[in-house]
Design a protein around this ligand. Structure first.
Ligand SMILES: Nc1ncnc2c1ncn2[C@@H]1O[C@H](COP(=O)(O)OP(=O)(O)O)[C@@H](O)[C@H]1O
Ligand SMILES: [Mg+2]
Ligand SMILES: [Zn+2]
Length: 562
């Protein structure tokens, strides 16, 4: 006997078997019960959520002479053994005609339907036409259909189904009763899969079915096809790992490896794993969403939570996450979570998602909360090399060019030359560049300065001025550990003692960062003016009224990923 795919084998035969779509089912049942059935219906919604199934069930109960009505709030079911029910189920009924609109999309096909619709059904009182993919009809075909819909023979009922309702002419839309089908939820899928596996005698880990449920993205048909795939791979026992492997989800070891790289501040191994997953054809949006979930789990672990039951994590994976979460203080885990969260959107929109993800991971690996040195030493010293003594950062370091003492140098970012040229003058740009690579937040503080004076031959002071708008930044830079880091960099680089003086000065002008922000604002404002004044936009506003939303510049195109 050949294998019947689960989606076919488990096609619902009755309204009661339908998962979700509650309002639609109720409305159709009531119409049949009250004998007030609309003559044309439009079923819209994505693939595999029950449009065809419900159309057939609807046809069955309309035509079944022995249909059972459970009363006011009860269900309605067909008998499934009369001639009509059996013919419909077998697809051989001459009174329930299923037409694929994609291959019968011309005016001739519709004329044929109109011709045959005139004749009474061969049995019973109703004849039902189910036209799938109805949006594929040509304009001429729609016009021919419209004529029928304007004056349909009283014994005829139409059910149109489409995944693309926006392609249906308004003239047709105005003559149909429309039903918008919803995607099924992951929980509904999981519940159905539990029922199916049980009946099929398959032992399945609930987490494994939850994973299939989410991978199906709201389509019950996809969920059942995925389950076929998993069964073909795993046989009668289904675990989380063999779901991952058989349907090509990213292995949790890969995800955990990426997380490990990020939390250990070693972006290179993380990037290598991303590259590998990318080469294998994995969707990077899915990858970054999964990473967010792991960081979320790490945060839960950090605050002492038990293994959450809703997550598809094995006990071993949870243990590993718990030990990884010790590598960073909570503040940094939160920063990483935020960065990934914002970044996922960006990855989804970018024509070059791989590049965005790479940069994002490097950024996450170097993420650093502005926490006083003393606190960091106790909070998150694991994986950062020997814990610094609280005074280490306050003493000008003897060796030149040491990076921040408490941290191993990040690997994937440009680091300054290892041997400094003590005789070359130190420029502000060089210093900012150094910190941008080593301590991005510190670099960003420096970029908010309005002016600076570098220590010269005759001075030991690096003077940094902020305008009052940035006094908060000035205060942060005055914090001992940050000032000491600047000191020790300058001192190392110049071979003699340097100290940092931070001033807030009402006469200080705009900072570099403020200039950049102002220029960006001005660019957007002028782009906006240009758009608002564009004749097409003016016309659109005249037509629709209302205001223009925020102006968005299109993502840059080009490059290998585009
Ligand atoms: N709402 C649902 N409840 C139960 N099973 C469903 C549902 N939607 C889809 N299925 C499963 O998917 C298969 C295909 O569904 P179908 O009704 O043809 O979807 P559509 O016409 O919306 O693409 C069915 O045979 C059934 O196994
Ligand atoms: Mg269908
Ligand atoms: Zn019947």
């Amino acid at each position: 006997m050949s294998y019947v795919v689960l989606a076919r084998k488990w096609r619902p035969a009755q309204f009661a078997d339908i998962v979700g779509q509650g309002n639609i089912v109720r409305t159709l049942m009531n119409a049949v019960k009250k004998g007030r059935i609309h003559q044309a219906h439009l079923f819209t919604g994505s693939r595999g959520i029950g449009k065809t199934s419900i159309a057939r069930i609807f046809a069955k109960v309309i035509r079944c002479p022995e249909a059972k009505d459970e009363g006011e709030n009860g269900g309605l079911s067909s008998c499934d053994h009369c001639a009509s029910c059996r013919e419909i189920a077998a697809g051989s009924s001459v009174d329930v005609i299923e037409i694929d609109g994609a291959s019968n999309n011309g005016v001739d096909a519709v004329r044929e339907i109109r011709e045959s619709a005139k004749y009474l059904p061969s049995s019973g009182s109703r004849k039902i036409y189910i036209i799938d993919e109805v949006h594929m009809l040509t304009t001429a075909a729609f016009n021919a259909l419209l004529k029928t819909l304007e004056e349909p023979p009283p014994h005829v009922i139409f059910v149109f189904a489409t995944t693309e309702p926006h392609k249906i002419p308004a003239t047709i839309l105005s003559r149909v009763q429309r039903f918008d089908f919803r995607r099924v939820t992951a929980a509904q899928v999981q519940e159905r899969l539990t029922q199916v596996t049980k009946a099929e005698g398959i032992a399945a880990d609930p987490g494994a079915l939850a994973l299939v449920g989410r991978a199906a993205e709201g389509s019950m048909r996809d969920a059942l096809s995925l389950l076929d795939q998993v069964i073909a791979f795993a046989g009668q026992t289904i675990t989380i790992e063999n779901v991952r492997e058989s349907i090509g989800l990213i292995q949790s070891q890969t995800l955990l490896g990426i997380l490990r790289g990020v939390l250990e501040r070693k972006p290179l191994p993380a990037l290598a794993l991303v590259e590998e997953a990318f080469q294998q054809g994995h969707d990077l949006r899915v990858l970054s969403r999964s990473l967010i979930e792991l960081v979320h789990a790490a945060i839960l672990a950090k605050v002492g939570a038990q293994r959450p039951s809703g997550l598809e994590l094995s006990a071993d994976e949870w243990d590993e996450i718990r030990s990884l979460s010790a590598l960073r203080p909570l503040e940094e885990l939160e920063l990483i979570f935020q960065a990934l969260h914002h970044g996922t959107d960006w990855i989804a929109r970018s024509p070059q998602p791989k590049i965005v993800l790479d940069v994002l991971l490097v950024k996450c690996a170097s993420a650093e909360a502005l926490v006083p040195v003393e606190k960091m030493a106790s909070a998150g010293s694991a994986g950062r090399g020997p814990a610094p003594s609280p005074v280490a950062a306050t003493i000008p370091v003897a060796e030149p060019m040491r990076s921040a003492p408490e941290r191993a140098a990040p690997e994937a970012v440009a680091t300054p030359p290892a041997v400094p040229n003590l005789s070359a003058p130190l420029s502000w740009e060089e210093m900012v560049r150094h910190f941008r690579a080593q301590r991005p937040r510190l670099a960003s503080l420096l970029e908010h300065a309005s002016s600076h004076r570098m220590p010269a031959a005759d001075s030991v002071e690096l003077e940094v001025r902020f305008n009052p708008d940035n006094s908060f930044k000035a205060e942060q830079l005055k914090q001992k550990d940050l000032a000491d880091e600047v000191n020790s960099f300058c001192t190392g680089r110049m071979g003699r003692t340097v100290r940092v003086a931070v001033h807030v000065d009402a006469s200080a002008g705009e900072s570099q960062a403020q200039v950049r922000e102002r220029e960006a604002r001005e660019r957007e404002e002028s782009a906006r003016r240009a758009i608002v004044q564009h004749p097409v936009v003016q016309e659109a506003r005249a037509l629709f009224g209302g205001e223009l939303g925020p102006v968005e510049r299109a993502a840059p195109m080009g490059g290998p990923g585009a």
